[in-house]
Design a protein around this ligand. Sequence first.
Ligand code: PLP
Length: 400
Amino acid sequence: MPDIADRLKNVSVSASVAMTQKARDLAAAGVNVIALSTGEPDFPTPRHATEAAYAAALGGDTRYPPTDGTPALRAAIARKFQRDNNLDYDVSQILTAGGAKQIIFNAMLATINPGDEVVIPTPSWISYADIVKFAGGIPVPVACPEENNFKPYPQDIEAAITAKTKWLLLNYPSNPTGSVATRQELQAIGEVMLRHPGVWILTDDIYEHLIYDDVTFYTLAEVEPRLLDRVLTVNGVSKAYSMTGWRLGFCGGPKDLIKAMSNVNTQNSGGVTTLTQAAAVAVLNGPQDLLKERAEIYRQRRDYVLERLTSVHELRCHKPQGAFYLFVNIEGCIGKTTAGGRHIDNDADFVMALIEEKHVVTVQGAAYGMSPYFRISYATSMEILQDGCDRIAEFCAGLK
Ligand code: PLP
Protein backbone atom coordinates (compact mmCIF):
# COMPACT_ATOMS: atom_id res chain seq x y z
CA MET A 1 0.00 0.00 0.00
CA PRO A 2 1.30 3.52 -0.71
CA ASP A 3 2.32 5.49 2.41
CA ILE A 4 0.10 7.55 4.69
CA ALA A 5 1.49 11.02 5.51
CA ASP A 6 4.01 11.34 8.33
CA ARG A 7 1.96 14.12 9.88
CA LEU A 8 -0.67 11.56 10.88
CA LYS A 9 1.77 9.26 12.64
CA ASN A 10 1.48 10.97 16.02
CA VAL A 11 -2.21 11.76 15.77
CA SER A 12 -4.45 9.35 17.66
CA VAL A 13 -8.10 8.41 17.25
CA SER A 14 -10.09 10.15 19.99
CA ALA A 15 -10.55 7.76 22.93
CA SER A 16 -14.06 9.03 23.62
CA VAL A 17 -15.04 8.36 20.00
CA ALA A 18 -13.44 4.90 20.25
CA MET A 19 -15.31 4.18 23.50
CA THR A 20 -18.59 5.42 22.06
CA GLN A 21 -18.08 3.10 19.10
CA LYS A 22 -17.41 0.26 21.53
CA ALA A 23 -20.75 1.02 23.22
CA ARG A 24 -22.52 0.95 19.81
CA ASP A 25 -20.86 -2.36 18.88
CA LEU A 26 -21.88 -3.96 22.17
CA ALA A 27 -25.45 -2.69 21.81
CA ALA A 28 -25.59 -4.01 18.24
CA ALA A 29 -24.49 -7.40 19.57
CA GLY A 30 -27.51 -7.38 21.88
CA VAL A 31 -25.69 -6.43 25.10
CA ASN A 32 -27.57 -4.23 27.57
CA VAL A 33 -24.91 -1.53 27.57
CA ILE A 34 -24.80 1.70 29.56
CA ALA A 35 -22.93 4.34 27.54
CA LEU A 36 -21.54 7.09 29.74
CA SER A 37 -18.83 8.01 27.28
CA THR A 38 -20.60 10.35 24.88
CA GLY A 39 -19.97 14.08 25.11
CA GLU A 40 -23.23 15.20 23.59
CA PRO A 41 -26.56 16.44 24.89
CA ASP A 42 -29.43 13.95 24.82
CA PHE A 43 -32.06 16.68 24.24
CA PRO A 44 -33.56 17.31 20.81
CA THR A 45 -32.54 20.24 18.65
CA PRO A 46 -35.02 23.09 19.26
CA ARG A 47 -37.90 22.79 16.82
CA HIS A 48 -37.55 26.35 15.51
CA ALA A 49 -34.02 25.53 14.35
CA THR A 50 -35.16 22.52 12.36
CA GLU A 51 -38.06 24.54 10.91
CA ALA A 52 -35.69 27.31 9.83
CA ALA A 53 -33.47 24.77 8.06
CA TYR A 54 -36.50 23.23 6.35
CA ALA A 55 -37.75 26.62 5.22
CA ALA A 56 -34.28 27.48 3.92
CA ALA A 57 -34.14 24.25 1.91
CA LEU A 58 -37.61 24.76 0.45
CA GLY A 59 -36.78 28.39 -0.26
CA GLY A 60 -33.83 27.36 -2.42
CA ASP A 61 -31.04 28.34 -0.01
CA THR A 62 -29.00 25.42 -1.27
CA ARG A 63 -26.09 26.99 -3.11
CA TYR A 64 -22.50 27.55 -2.02
CA PRO A 65 -22.48 29.59 1.18
CA PRO A 66 -20.30 32.64 1.85
CA THR A 67 -17.21 30.92 3.28
CA ASP A 68 -17.00 32.94 6.48
CA GLY A 69 -20.73 32.61 7.22
CA THR A 70 -23.88 34.33 5.94
CA PRO A 71 -24.32 38.00 6.91
CA ALA A 72 -27.41 36.99 8.94
CA LEU A 73 -25.46 34.37 10.88
CA ARG A 74 -22.44 36.55 11.55
CA ALA A 75 -24.77 39.30 12.77
CA ALA A 76 -26.53 36.80 15.06
CA ILE A 77 -23.15 35.67 16.43
CA ALA A 78 -22.07 39.27 17.01
CA ARG A 79 -25.30 39.81 19.00
CA LYS A 80 -24.67 36.63 20.96
CA PHE A 81 -21.18 37.78 21.96
CA GLN A 82 -22.64 41.13 23.01
CA ARG A 83 -25.58 39.60 24.93
CA ASP A 84 -23.74 36.79 26.72
CA ASN A 85 -20.14 37.99 26.97
CA ASN A 86 -20.12 41.80 26.77
CA LEU A 87 -17.88 41.51 23.73
CA ASP A 88 -18.27 43.94 20.82
CA TYR A 89 -17.00 42.06 17.81
CA ASP A 90 -17.56 43.61 14.41
CA VAL A 91 -18.90 41.08 11.87
CA SER A 92 -15.52 41.23 10.13
CA GLN A 93 -14.07 39.73 13.33
CA ILE A 94 -16.36 36.72 13.22
CA LEU A 95 -15.86 33.43 11.45
CA THR A 96 -17.86 30.20 11.25
CA ALA A 97 -16.76 26.64 10.47
CA GLY A 98 -17.94 23.04 10.77
CA GLY A 99 -17.92 22.90 14.56
CA ALA A 100 -15.76 24.45 17.26
CA LYS A 101 -13.40 21.61 16.42
CA GLN A 102 -12.84 22.96 12.92
CA ILE A 103 -12.48 26.50 14.24
CA ILE A 104 -9.68 25.32 16.54
CA PHE A 105 -8.16 23.31 13.72
CA ASN A 106 -8.19 26.34 11.42
CA ALA A 107 -6.68 28.55 14.11
CA MET A 108 -3.79 26.13 14.66
CA LEU A 109 -3.25 25.59 10.94
CA ALA A 110 -3.25 29.32 10.32
CA THR A 111 -0.60 30.11 12.94
CA ILE A 112 1.63 27.18 13.86
CA ASN A 113 5.03 26.75 12.30
CA PRO A 114 6.91 23.46 12.77
CA GLY A 115 8.15 23.19 16.36
CA ASP A 116 5.92 25.91 17.79
CA GLU A 117 4.61 25.10 21.24
CA VAL A 118 1.06 25.22 22.54
CA VAL A 119 0.45 25.36 26.28
CA ILE A 120 -2.51 23.22 27.31
CA PRO A 121 -3.75 23.06 30.92
CA THR A 122 -4.29 19.34 31.49
CA PRO A 123 -6.45 17.25 31.92
CA SER A 124 -7.90 18.60 28.73
CA TRP A 125 -10.16 17.76 25.82
CA ILE A 126 -8.64 14.90 23.86
CA SER A 127 -8.50 16.73 20.53
CA TYR A 128 -6.38 19.75 21.49
CA ALA A 129 -3.05 17.91 21.56
CA ASP A 130 -3.83 15.98 18.39
CA ILE A 131 -4.88 19.09 16.48
CA VAL A 132 -1.69 20.84 17.57
CA LYS A 133 0.42 17.88 16.43
CA PHE A 134 -1.47 17.73 13.15
CA ALA A 135 -0.56 21.36 12.54
CA GLY A 136 3.13 20.61 13.20
CA GLY A 137 3.21 22.01 16.75
CA ILE A 138 4.20 20.58 20.10
CA PRO A 139 1.59 20.34 22.87
CA VAL A 140 2.97 21.42 26.26
CA PRO A 141 0.74 20.19 29.09
CA VAL A 142 0.48 22.17 32.32
CA ALA A 143 -0.79 20.05 35.20
CA CYS A 144 -4.08 21.12 36.77
CA PRO A 145 -4.06 19.35 40.13
CA GLU A 146 -7.22 17.94 41.65
CA GLU A 147 -6.56 19.94 44.84
CA ASN A 148 -6.84 23.12 42.75
CA ASN A 149 -10.16 21.90 41.30
CA PHE A 150 -8.33 20.80 38.16
CA LYS A 151 -7.35 24.36 37.33
CA PRO A 152 -3.83 25.55 36.50
CA TYR A 153 -1.78 27.76 38.82
CA PRO A 154 -0.89 30.93 36.88
CA GLN A 155 2.78 30.54 37.78
CA ASP A 156 2.78 27.07 36.18
CA ILE A 157 1.38 28.55 32.96
CA GLU A 158 4.10 31.18 33.03
CA ALA A 159 6.80 28.57 33.65
CA ALA A 160 5.62 26.62 30.59
CA ILE A 161 5.93 29.59 28.24
CA THR A 162 9.10 29.68 26.14
CA ALA A 163 10.31 31.63 23.11
CA LYS A 164 8.57 29.00 20.99
CA THR A 165 5.14 29.29 22.60
CA LYS A 166 2.47 30.24 20.05
CA TRP A 167 -0.76 29.63 21.95
CA LEU A 168 -2.29 29.09 25.35
CA LEU A 169 -5.53 27.05 25.15
CA LEU A 170 -8.16 27.57 27.86
CA ASN A 171 -11.43 25.66 28.23
CA TYR A 172 -14.06 26.52 30.86
CA PRO A 173 -16.30 24.85 31.78
CA SER A 174 -13.80 22.11 31.19
CA ASN A 175 -14.04 18.83 29.41
CA PRO A 176 -13.27 16.43 31.16
CA THR A 177 -13.47 17.94 34.68
CA GLY A 178 -16.41 20.38 34.59
CA SER A 179 -14.26 23.00 36.34
CA VAL A 180 -15.12 26.65 35.80
CA ALA A 181 -12.65 29.54 36.15
CA THR A 182 -13.68 32.47 38.34
CA ARG A 183 -13.24 36.07 37.21
CA GLN A 184 -10.25 36.37 39.58
CA GLU A 185 -8.63 33.23 38.20
CA LEU A 186 -8.99 34.51 34.65
CA GLN A 187 -7.61 37.87 35.75
CA ALA A 188 -4.55 36.14 37.18
CA ILE A 189 -4.00 34.23 33.93
CA GLY A 190 -4.55 37.52 32.05
CA GLU A 191 -1.79 39.16 34.12
CA VAL A 192 0.60 36.40 33.08
CA MET A 193 -0.36 36.67 29.43
CA LEU A 194 0.11 40.45 29.38
CA ARG A 195 3.77 39.74 30.08
CA HIS A 196 4.00 37.50 26.99
CA PRO A 197 2.89 39.54 23.98
CA GLY A 198 4.02 36.93 21.44
CA VAL A 199 1.43 34.37 22.50
CA TRP A 200 -2.14 33.96 21.21
CA ILE A 201 -4.81 32.76 23.61
CA LEU A 202 -7.73 30.58 22.59
CA THR A 203 -10.68 30.28 24.95
CA ASP A 204 -12.94 27.35 24.11
CA ASP A 205 -16.28 28.37 25.65
CA ILE A 206 -18.36 25.58 24.10
CA TYR A 207 -19.89 24.62 27.51
CA GLU A 208 -20.62 28.22 28.48
CA HIS A 209 -24.33 27.68 29.09
CA LEU A 210 -23.96 24.41 31.00
CA ILE A 211 -23.22 25.96 34.34
CA TYR A 212 -24.62 25.19 37.80
CA ASP A 213 -25.03 26.51 41.33
CA ASP A 214 -24.39 30.23 41.68
CA VAL A 215 -21.45 30.23 39.34
CA THR A 216 -21.15 32.97 36.71
CA PHE A 217 -19.45 32.29 33.42
CA TYR A 218 -16.69 34.67 32.29
CA THR A 219 -14.51 34.55 29.24
CA LEU A 220 -10.98 35.94 29.15
CA ALA A 221 -11.57 38.62 26.50
CA GLU A 222 -14.26 40.32 28.62
CA VAL A 223 -12.25 40.03 31.85
CA GLU A 224 -9.01 41.38 30.36
CA PRO A 225 -9.80 43.66 27.37
CA ARG A 226 -6.10 44.54 27.05
CA LEU A 227 -5.70 41.07 25.56
CA LEU A 228 -8.42 41.54 22.94
CA ASP A 229 -5.96 41.72 20.07
CA ARG A 230 -4.60 38.27 20.98
CA VAL A 231 -7.64 36.33 22.17
CA LEU A 232 -9.71 34.04 19.98
CA THR A 233 -13.08 33.44 21.65
CA VAL A 234 -14.47 30.11 20.42
CA ASN A 235 -17.99 28.80 20.79
CA GLY A 236 -20.68 26.89 18.88
CA VAL A 237 -24.19 25.55 18.90
CA SER A 238 -23.39 21.87 19.61
CA LYS A 239 -23.62 21.71 23.39
CA ALA A 240 -25.83 24.68 24.27
CA TYR A 241 -28.58 23.96 21.74
CA SER A 242 -28.19 20.19 21.33
CA MET A 243 -27.03 20.61 17.74
CA THR A 244 -23.95 18.40 17.61
CA GLY A 245 -24.90 16.89 14.26
CA TRP A 246 -25.46 20.22 12.53
CA ARG A 247 -21.75 21.09 12.76
CA LEU A 248 -21.49 24.77 13.46
CA GLY A 249 -18.74 26.46 15.44
CA PHE A 250 -17.86 30.11 15.49
CA CYS A 251 -15.35 32.53 16.89
CA GLY A 252 -14.60 36.19 17.45
CA GLY A 253 -11.09 37.53 17.33
CA PRO A 254 -8.58 40.00 15.96
CA LYS A 255 -9.14 40.78 12.28
CA ASP A 256 -5.77 39.57 10.99
CA LEU A 257 -6.13 36.21 12.68
CA ILE A 258 -9.71 35.85 11.44
CA LYS A 259 -8.52 36.69 7.92
CA ALA A 260 -5.81 34.01 8.08
CA MET A 261 -8.28 31.44 9.42
CA SER A 262 -10.73 32.41 6.71
CA ASN A 263 -8.05 31.57 4.13
CA VAL A 264 -7.76 28.12 5.66
CA ASN A 265 -11.57 27.80 5.54
CA THR A 266 -11.72 28.60 1.85
CA GLN A 267 -9.37 25.73 1.09
CA ASN A 268 -10.55 23.05 3.50
CA SER A 269 -14.33 23.31 3.44
CA GLY A 270 -15.79 26.22 1.52
CA GLY A 271 -18.05 27.12 4.43
CA VAL A 272 -20.79 25.63 6.58
CA THR A 273 -23.89 23.99 5.09
CA THR A 274 -26.48 26.66 4.26
CA LEU A 275 -29.26 24.81 6.11
CA THR A 276 -27.17 24.63 9.28
CA GLN A 277 -26.50 28.35 9.03
CA ALA A 278 -30.24 29.07 8.81
CA ALA A 279 -30.90 26.83 11.84
CA ALA A 280 -28.15 28.56 13.81
CA VAL A 281 -29.58 32.01 13.09
CA ALA A 282 -32.91 30.77 14.47
CA VAL A 283 -31.47 29.46 17.75
CA LEU A 284 -29.08 32.34 18.34
CA ASN A 285 -31.77 34.97 17.70
CA GLY A 286 -34.64 32.96 19.23
CA PRO A 287 -35.81 32.52 22.83
CA GLN A 288 -32.99 31.56 25.18
CA ASP A 289 -35.10 30.12 28.03
CA LEU A 290 -34.27 26.56 27.08
CA LEU A 291 -30.64 27.11 28.11
CA LYS A 292 -31.52 27.58 31.79
CA GLU A 293 -34.20 24.88 31.70
CA ARG A 294 -31.78 22.32 30.33
CA ALA A 295 -28.96 23.40 32.64
CA GLU A 296 -31.29 22.73 35.58
CA ILE A 297 -31.89 19.18 34.35
CA TYR A 298 -28.14 18.62 33.99
CA ARG A 299 -27.65 19.95 37.51
CA GLN A 300 -30.10 17.40 38.91
CA ARG A 301 -28.25 14.64 37.07
CA ARG A 302 -24.89 15.88 38.31
CA ASP A 303 -26.15 15.92 41.90
CA TYR A 304 -27.50 12.39 41.56
CA VAL A 305 -24.33 10.89 40.07
CA LEU A 306 -22.12 12.81 42.47
CA GLU A 307 -24.06 11.55 45.48
CA ARG A 308 -24.06 7.97 44.24
CA LEU A 309 -20.36 7.84 43.36
CA THR A 310 -19.24 9.74 46.44
CA SER A 311 -20.72 6.93 48.52
CA VAL A 312 -18.51 4.37 46.73
CA HIS A 313 -15.55 3.85 49.04
CA GLU A 314 -12.94 3.29 46.31
CA LEU A 315 -13.83 6.44 44.33
CA ARG A 316 -13.17 10.13 44.95
CA CYS A 317 -15.24 12.79 43.18
CA HIS A 318 -14.87 16.53 43.05
CA LYS A 319 -17.95 18.64 42.42
CA PRO A 320 -17.99 20.00 38.86
CA GLN A 321 -19.74 23.30 38.30
CA GLY A 322 -20.22 23.06 34.57
CA ALA A 323 -20.30 20.91 31.42
CA PHE A 324 -21.75 17.41 31.85
CA TYR A 325 -18.82 15.36 33.04
CA LEU A 326 -17.48 13.91 36.25
CA PHE A 327 -13.76 13.18 36.44
CA VAL A 328 -13.51 10.50 39.10
CA ASN A 329 -10.34 9.56 40.97
CA ILE A 330 -9.75 5.78 41.15
CA GLU A 331 -6.56 5.63 43.23
CA GLY A 332 -8.51 3.38 45.61
CA CYS A 333 -8.94 0.75 42.87
CA ILE A 334 -5.36 0.52 41.65
CA GLY A 335 -3.58 -2.73 42.52
CA LYS A 336 -6.87 -4.57 43.12
CA THR A 337 -8.47 -7.48 41.26
CA THR A 338 -12.01 -7.43 39.89
CA ALA A 339 -14.70 -10.03 40.59
CA GLY A 340 -13.98 -11.35 37.08
CA GLY A 341 -10.26 -11.78 37.90
CA ARG A 342 -8.86 -8.77 36.02
CA HIS A 343 -5.98 -6.93 37.63
CA ILE A 344 -6.25 -3.13 37.73
CA ASP A 345 -2.88 -1.45 37.21
CA ASN A 346 -4.14 1.79 35.69
CA ASP A 347 -7.24 3.66 34.58
CA ALA A 348 -7.33 2.01 31.14
CA ASP A 349 -7.54 -1.39 32.93
CA PHE A 350 -10.34 -0.03 35.11
CA VAL A 351 -12.36 1.25 32.15
CA MET A 352 -11.87 -1.96 30.14
CA ALA A 353 -12.83 -4.18 33.07
CA LEU A 354 -15.93 -2.04 33.71
CA ILE A 355 -16.97 -2.55 30.09
CA GLU A 356 -16.24 -6.27 30.06
CA GLU A 357 -17.82 -7.11 33.40
CA LYS A 358 -20.61 -4.56 33.81
CA HIS A 359 -21.08 -3.24 30.28
CA VAL A 360 -20.68 0.35 31.42
CA VAL A 361 -18.72 2.47 28.94
CA THR A 362 -16.66 5.41 30.25
CA VAL A 363 -13.31 6.94 29.22
CA GLN A 364 -9.98 6.54 31.00
CA GLY A 365 -8.31 9.67 32.44
CA ALA A 366 -5.12 8.87 30.53
CA ALA A 367 -6.93 9.93 27.34
CA TYR A 368 -7.24 13.42 28.84
CA GLY A 369 -3.68 13.46 30.11
CA MET A 370 -4.24 12.68 33.81
CA SER A 371 -4.33 9.35 35.66
CA PRO A 372 -5.73 7.50 37.53
CA TYR A 373 -9.21 8.82 36.73
CA PHE A 374 -12.17 8.01 34.56
CA ARG A 375 -14.65 10.35 32.92
CA ILE A 376 -18.39 9.89 33.06
CA SER A 377 -20.75 11.88 30.89
CA TYR A 378 -24.11 12.49 32.59
CA ALA A 379 -25.74 13.79 29.41
CA THR A 380 -28.23 10.94 29.52
CA SER A 381 -31.48 10.01 31.24
CA MET A 382 -31.86 9.50 35.01
CA GLU A 383 -32.86 5.85 34.40
CA ILE A 384 -29.61 5.17 32.56
CA LEU A 385 -27.61 7.07 35.16
CA GLN A 386 -29.25 5.07 37.95
CA ASP A 387 -28.47 1.78 36.25
CA GLY A 388 -24.92 2.96 35.45
CA CYS A 389 -24.24 4.02 39.05
CA ASP A 390 -25.63 0.71 40.37
CA ARG A 391 -23.29 -1.20 38.10
CA ILE A 392 -20.25 0.94 38.95
CA ALA A 393 -20.98 0.52 42.68
CA GLU A 394 -21.30 -3.28 42.24
CA PHE A 395 -18.09 -3.36 40.22
CA CYS A 396 -16.15 -1.50 42.91
CA ALA A 397 -17.71 -3.60 45.69
CA GLY A 398 -16.35 -6.68 43.90
CA LEU A 399 -12.73 -5.41 43.95
CA LYS A 400 -10.31 -7.31 46.15
N1 PLP B 1 -14.43 21.78 22.63
C1 PLP B 1 -14.62 20.92 23.65
C2 PLP B 1 -13.98 21.21 24.95
C3 PLP B 1 -15.41 19.77 23.46
O1 PLP B 1 -15.59 18.93 24.49
C4 PLP B 1 -15.98 19.53 22.20
C5 PLP B 1 -16.78 18.31 21.96
O2 PLP B 1 -16.77 17.35 22.66
C6 PLP B 1 -15.76 20.45 21.19
C7 PLP B 1 -14.99 21.57 21.42
C8 PLP B 1 -16.33 20.24 19.80
O3 PLP B 1 -17.42 21.05 19.56
P1 PLP B 1 -18.11 21.03 18.12
O4 PLP B 1 -19.19 20.01 18.15
O5 PLP B 1 -18.65 22.42 17.97
O6 PLP B 1 -17.06 20.72 17.12
